[in-house]
Write a protein that binds this ligand. Sequence first.
Ligand code: ATR
Length: 271
Amino acid sequence: MDRYAVIGNPIAHSLSPAIHARFAAQSGERIEYAALLAPIGGFGAAARAFFEGGGRGANVTLPFKVDAFGIADVASDRARVAGAANFLARRDGRLEADNTDGAGLVTDLRANLGVDLRGARILLVGAGGAARGVLGPLLAAGPASLVIANRGVEKALDLAARFRGAAVVEACALDAIPARDFDLVINATSASTKGEPLALPETVWRARPLAYDMAYGANAEGFVAAARGRGVRATDGLGMLVEQAAESYLLWRGHRPATAEVIAALRAGRA
Ligand code: ATR
């Protein structure tokens, strides 16, 4: 049986094993997909032990995505741009890194939520690892403008500078977001996860953008509720989670599983 795993810390509540079990069941494939807890500072050893023990592929979650990029023998362009990997595969004895988070977000927005990203005016809030992981694929989707707003403006400026060639990217501080119309507001901060409020100027909601939190479930509740309170459509990132998993499954196994039924099942399970 082909063996896969998601490696993180904490990991007990990861939905990835359930998602991949559903993908495999669709096509009658027999795979094993486990949740592995690696100690902080011990990701490299845990990952190497998994692959030396015959593991075919691993997803990597917080806080190890930068470490995963670091231990790979080869990395895809999108992992290099992100400086982080959520995907590892062993092929011909070499460890390959990729990053499927951005593709997962873009697919969820386009295919599941019907968002037309070409020409869209995007506000990306946050400039940490989560934001960096999705910026390349978001820009590749052809938005008209993309403003990166972060509490600490330096980090937003640094992130924007990585995409110097992209004329549509701007950076600003959270309290200096331009009073413009946005079509899409993405929360890539860890504020809700930490139970902290995310203070955004009211003008952000003026054009009734879709509000999207890259976290899911309880970790997205603060942002989603605040946006809905302003009368705008808002969603968490459960669809992104499933779509990044589908992209990983495709890279490992050569075909893309159906995602809508898996997203629906997870939402029903939660409710
Ligand atoms: P992640 O990998 O989840 O992105 P990170 O790299 O630590 O984690 O980045 C966390 C992001 O959330 C940063 O953009 C951070 O802003 P700062 O760089 O100014 O710290 C943002 N963030 C965390 N708590 C926040 C809060 N209460 N309000 C606004 N932004 C917050």
